[in-house]
Design a protein around this ligand. Structure first.
Ligand code: NAP
Length: 311
């Protein structure tokens, strides 16, 4: 593909996504897309992924399923990679599976990095739950399989290690959120061979900077950031406030509040990917735009955090 400006690349791709008239499995990565390496692996993933909690929990309603299919199509057309779900998220896994099936041959599904979770107290149910999740997604194997909220983690971790050795799961992870159980998570990260950790981190919730992010860097663990918009509160507040994005943020190709918040997160050197969730195609376009162009350096990150604190 010849070099394109970021704006041109985004608008070209967005036009394709709007009508679902997408090019079949495009091999080449979109120009200007930011990716990060998975530590210890010969692989890179785009810095903006997507979550599915609540947003994809729409049950069997055909119109809502079609709308979420369009959200996934837009995500993939704009170079998105990781899609995160969980057995805890109601019908979300099945809706992801529905969208995948609907997009076969119409969207670059080969870009999708599948991330899901084991969420059961019963340490003997790991394989059974993985089988059910794979059936819902319509896949044989997963890229990232995480233990949700540390639930029954010793037993699940042992089984996941075996499943990784067998090739059913590519990477093993463990999750927390809302700043919970960081000390427990740090102990697991320090001792156990895990590939990914998922945690909450945003410009006003910076607890993870103290221990977990440095530890992830030290131990070579990839980091998935959940709740990048504080469940939607931060981006909604900024958009409604009428405050303008400061012009100096253009140094990092930031022109709107979603870009400001997401680029701040993924520019932390230890962060691999952030997974904002949305029900809307226009919001998906904003979110994916944060995965292009330049990232803020340490000085700009400081200035950005000071600016948010001052609003
Ligand atoms: N323990 C765990 O493992 C754990 C815990 C929490 C979350 N997670 C994962 O992390 C994902 C993300 O967290 P989250 O869903 O809680 O919260 P989030 O991504 O911080 O916020 C989602 C909310 O932001 C809104 N939004 C998204 N893009 C927007 C935009 N450009 N402009 C304005 N509003 C926007 C969405 O509303 P609209 O639909 O209107 O766009 C939605 O209500 C989850 O979906 C889940 O996959 C994992």
């Amino acid at each position: 593909m010849p070099p394109m400006t970021r704006r041109a690349a985004l608008s070209t791709l967005a036009v394709g996504a709007a009508g679902l008239a997408l090019a079949p499995a495009a091999g080449a990565a979109p120009a200007g897309r930011i990716t990060k390496a998975i530590p210890g692996a010969d692989a890179r993933i785009p810095v903006i992924g997507m979550g599915t909690w609540q947003t994809f929990n729409v049950g069997d309603d055909p119109a809502l399923r079609a709308a979420r299919t369009e959200v996934l199509a837009t995500f993939l057309a704009l170079g998105g990679g990781m899609v995160d779900s969980s057995p805890m998220y109601g019908s979300s896994q099945a809706v992801v599976g529905h969208a995948r099936a609907a997009l076969k041959g119409k969207a670059p599904l080969d870009r999708l990095v599948s991330a899901d979770k084991i969420w059961t107290r019963d340490g003997d149910e790991t394989v059974e739950q993985l089988d059910e999740t794979a059936r819902r997604w319509g896949v044989e194997r997963f890229d990232v399989m995480q233990i949700h909220n540390l639930l029954a983690w010793p037993a699940h971790l042992e089984t996941l290690r075996r499943l990784k050795a067998e090739g059913r799961v590519r990477y093993i992870g463990i999750t927390t959120s809302h700043g919970r159980r960081h000390a427990d998570l740090a102990r697991i990260m320090a001792r156990e061979p895990i590939d990914f950790v998922q945690l909450t981190y945003d410009i006003t919730h910076r607890e993870a900077e103290k221990r977990l992010l440095p530890l992830a860097a030290e131990r070579g663990i990839a980091v998935i950031v959940n709740r990048p918009y504080d469940g939607g509160a931060s981006v909604t507040r900024l958009k409604r406030s009428g405050a303008k994005v400061p012009p100096w943020a253009a140094e990092a190709d930031i022109r709107d509040w979603p870009g400001f918040l997401l680029k701040w997160i993924v520019s932390h050197p230890a962060v691999t990917v952030a997974i904002p969730a949305t029900t809307r195609v226009d919001h998906m376009r904003e979110n994916m735009a944060a995965g292009y162009g330049r990232l803020p350096d340490a000085a700009l990150r400081t200035r950005m955090a000071q600016h948010i604190a001052s609003l």
